[in-house]
Each structure stands twice: as structure tokens, then as C-alpha cells.
Design a binder for this molecule. Structure first.
Ligand code: 5AD
Ligand code: SF4
Length: 445
């Protein structure tokens, strides 16, 4: 058992968990490979948030069943939220293909689990109230950005959401471990830190809260930008807003999931805030951090969502004018409280609501981006555009994607640009500073 192929589905948290697994495997003398054909074992790091996510993995397992015909010794493992969600049901159901099921708290022992699975089908699906992996160094993918998980699990129990069941109780990493991770990432050449957690702003370590973590990170040399995702509106403190406003490295950008614009639906979702409260928060953010870009998540077709509830979501989105939004059709997830409630919105109607909402948000996102035309921006260059060597791409402080002519500026450099054009997804810009031949920092990885 030497070579492992790791494939990641779902959110940034899973991307970070895969980097953690990669670190664990390499320290055990295993090698990560780029294709299943070269591997002794494949691990799918999975998501369970919507049914669609699980169906994709089931489809992928079908492909591995086929591969096993020519590679009968191949070990196939499912890790992550879907593993935890389906628990031991998954092994007998996928008997022909699956050898290992490991939940989000079982990664420390992954090398042994893989060896064991070579002999007998193995499931490690215990949730551990204390496991944070704070002491384990992840193997980070190269790039300008390092993902740093600050907290695992979730205690919010939104009624539609499977995460509290798949990732267990909320726990924070010690702040000293996190600062050490940030310093190490900086030494490796990463210049942007993205803190991750299911409700990242409920982070706490003794007397220290998330605002303290941002302030301490702001002092780490070599780090030029700090972001985080996703905060929960109910835990967004004045201390955090003040830290964002005062720390020059913390970017004016926040993904603040709203989920619905109707108080009745928010209450049924157990979101613990009203639209008036969310809106007051948004006003305070926008007053404290001028030009902050705010993005959100919305769900359409939650059980009981009436036409009027949906229209309330549409109206609030027009009022709030989010820079962009991730929009989802409600997907009933076993184990959750909402799963026990009868669905009231047909698939067809969910689809209609989603389309209307996407159209409206496209319009608003387009207007936001159009407003950038003629303005100056600071871009952190990430590299050469995929498929076009004549262009560089990067992100503004507000996390907007910018494309600018390739003048040889290396990834990891900050570049001043003027925006000359925009689509809903991308800003096009011209450079304002002379080409820089050396990166401010080297590229990590
Ligand atoms: N159905 C649809 N969307 C969901 N989300 C979470 N659970 C569900 C579900 N059961 C969405 C929420 C959350 C984002 C990560 O996924 O909008 O913020
Ligand atoms: Fe799920 Fe709600 Fe926790 Fe987010 S805050 S992970 S939506 S339960």
C-alpha cells in the first residue's frame, strides 16, 4: 500500500481536510498520485449537503467498480460527510466496490485504516468531540492562498442541514496552533490566509475570540491578505466588525449566508435571526467597512415556503444588493428536522423559483461589476489564465476575479490596475504599475 489517489467533493472545508489527509499519508510514507490508474488506493472525500452531491459520488463509485475488474487489489474508500451520513449502511450497499468508510474525525489513523481495509471491509465512523487535528501539518496545494481550518463541527442545527450530524459538535483549534500554522504557511510562501469553519466566527479559545485571531494573524509577516468563511449572522459581534475595520490585511469581503428573506421561513429553518436583524447587521458592516463586498447563500423551496415567502426573499435580495450569491433548491436530507416535515413545493416550482432568483441576482451582480469600470483596484496575481498565456488572473481585495494582460508579473504579487470592462463574473483591467519581475513572496506548496 504505497500510492493513493485522493479526490475531493464539496466545500472548502473538504479541500482543507484533503490537504490534512495528504499530510497524514505522506508522513506515513505513502505517495499521492494524480490518477486512479496509478493508485493502490483511491479515497473520495465526499459531501452530503444536498442529495445531488451524494449521487455524484455514487456515480463515481460505479466507475471504480469497473476499474476494479482490471485492478482487483485496488482499495476504494469513501471519506468525509457522506461516509458519516450513510455510516455502515454504505459498506454492504456498495459491497462490490467499497473497502473503507471513514468519517471526518477518523483521518489521523488513515494509513492504518487503509492497510486494514486491504484485508477486511473497514468502517471508522465515530465522531470525536475533541479531535481538531490542530497538531497535524497539512500538505497544502501550491498557490497564493492557504486554507486554515479554525473550527470543526457545528452546533447550530439549522433544520435543513446535515452538517451537525456529519461533522459532530463544534470545537475550536487552539489559537497558538493556528498562529503557528499561519507562520508556517507564510514561510512556505503563501501570502493569503483563508480561515475556515462551519460557523467560523463562533471560534473561541479560552478568552480569545475570532476577532483576536484576526488581530494576531494581521501581525504575521509575509501574509498580505486575510479572509474567512463562513460566518453565522447571529455570532457576528461588534468586536469582529471592529477588527475587520482596523486590520489592514483583513479584506473587505464577507460571505454572510442569509438563506431566506421571510421571517417565517427563517424561523422554521432555526436560523435564530430575523430579516430586520440581518439587515441591521448588514448596515453596520457597510458603515464600518466602506465598499465591503457581501455575498450570500439562499435556499428556495424550503417546506412551507409560500409564494409570498419567496417574493420576500426576492424583495430583500433587491434591497440588500449582494455582490453575488450561491442559490440552492432545498434538498431534504435524512436525519435533519426538516426531513420529517412534508415538502410543500414541487420540484418543478423549486426549479422555477431558482431560475427567477438566479436571473435577478445576475442582473444585480452585473450592475455591481459595471460600477467598477473606470475604478482602480489592487489585485493579488494568482497566475496565468487557464487556456490563455497572454492574460494573468487574480483577485481584488473584494474577491472579484480580474483578468489583466500578462506582463510577466509573477503570482503572489500585488498589482495596481484600472478596470476597463466587466461581465457578471469577471473584471477586465489594465495595469497601472510597471511590470514586476520578482514576486513579493515565493509561491507556496
Ligand atoms: N438543501 C439545500 N441547500 C442546503 N444548504 C445546506 N443544506 C441544504 C439543503 N438541505 C446550503 C445552505 C448553506 C450552503 C453551504 O448550502 O445555503 O449555506
Ligand atoms: Fe448547517 Fe446551519 Fe451549521 Fe451552517 S450553521 S453548517 S447551515 S447547521
Amino acid at each position: 500500500m504505497k500510492r493513493v489517489f485522493l479526490e475531493t467533493y464539496g466545500c472548502q472545508m473538504n479541500v482543507a481536510d484533503s490537504e490534512l489527509m495528504a499530510g497524514v499519508l505522506e508522513r506515513a510514507g505513502m505517495e499521492l498520485v494524480d490518477t486512479p490508474a496509478d493508485a493502490d488506493a483511491v479515497i473520495l472525500n465526499t459531501c452530503a449537503i444536498r442529495e445531488h452531491a451524494e449521487l455524484r459520488v455514487i456515480g463515481r463509485l460505479g466507475e471504480f467498480a469497473h476499474l476494479k475488474l482490471s485492478k482487483p487489489d485496488l482499495i476504494v474508500g469513501v471519506a468525509g460527510c457522506m461516509a458519516q451520513h450513510l455510516r455502515s449502511k454504505l459498506l454492504p450497499k456498495k459491497k462490490r466496490v467499497l473497502d473503507l468508510v471513514v468519517g471526518p474525525d477518523g483521518y489521523r489513523d488513515l494509513p492504518n485504516l487503509l492497510r486494514q481495509a486491504a484485508n477486511v471491509p473497514t468502517a471508522e465512523i465515530r465522531l470525536d468531540r475533541d479531535e481538531t487535528y490542530g497538531d497535524l501539518e497539512p500538505k497544502r496545494a501550491p498557490g497564493v492562498r492557504a486554507w486554515v481550518t479554525v473550527q470543526r463541527g457545528c452546533d447550530k442545527f439549522c433544520t435543513y442541514c446535515v452538517v451537525p450530524y456529519t461533522r459532530g459538535r463544534e470545537r475550536s483549534l487552539p489559537m497558538a496552533d493556528l498562529i503557528r500554522q499561519v507562520e508556517h504557511a507564510s514561510e512556505q510562501g503563501f501570502c493569503e490566509i483563508v480561515f475556515l469553519g462551519q460557523t467560523v466566527n463562533s471560534y473561541h479559545d479560552g478568552d480569545h475570540d475570532f476577532a483576536d485571531l484576526l488581530r494576531a494573524t494581521n501581525e504575521v509577516p509575509g501574509i498580505v491578505r486575510i479572509r474567512y468563511t463562513s460566518p453565522h449572522p447571529s455570532d457576528l459581534s461588534e468586536r469582529l466588525i471592529a477588527a475587520m475595520a482596523e486590520c489592514e490585511k483583513v479584506m473587505p469581503h464577507m460571505h454572510l449566508p442569509l438563506q431566506s428573506g421571510s421571517d417565517a421561513v427563517l424561523s422554521a429553518m432555526n436560523r435564530t435571526y430575523s430579516i430586520a436583524e440581518y439587515d441591521a447587521l448588514l448596515s453596520r458592516l457597510r458603515a464600518a467597512i466602506p465598499h465591503i463586498a457581501v455575498t450570500t447563500d439562499m435556499i428556495v423551496g424550503f417546506p412551507g415556503e409560500s409564494d409570498a415567502d419567496f417574493e420576500a426573499s426576492m424583495a430583500y435580495m433587491r434591497q440588500a444588493r449582494f455582490d453575488s450569491a450561491f442559490l440552492f433548491k432545498y434538498s431534504a436530507r435524512p436525519d435533519t428536522r426538516a426531513y420529517k416535515t412534508a415538502e410543500t413545493v414541487s420540484e418543478e416550482e423549486k426549479g422555477r423559483r431558482l431560475t427567477v432568483m438566479i436571473d435577478q441576482q445576475h442582473q444585480i451582480s452585473g450592475e455591481h461589476n459595471d460600477a467598477w469600470v473606470g475604478r482602480e483596484a489592487e489585485v493579488l496575481i494568482e497566475g496565468i489564465s487557464h487556456g490563455d498565456e497572454s492574460q494573468l488572473h487574480g483577485k481584488t481585495r473584494e474577491f472579484k476575479t480580474v483578468v489583466v494582460a500578462n506582463d510577466g508579473t509573477p503570482a503572489g504579487s500585488l498589482k495596481r490596475v484600472r478596470v476597463t470592462g466587466a461581465t457578471t463574473m469577471t473584471l477586465f483591467a489594465e495595469a497601472l504599475d510597471a511590470p514586476r519581475r520578482e514576486a513579493l513572496v515565493t509561491i507556496g506548496g
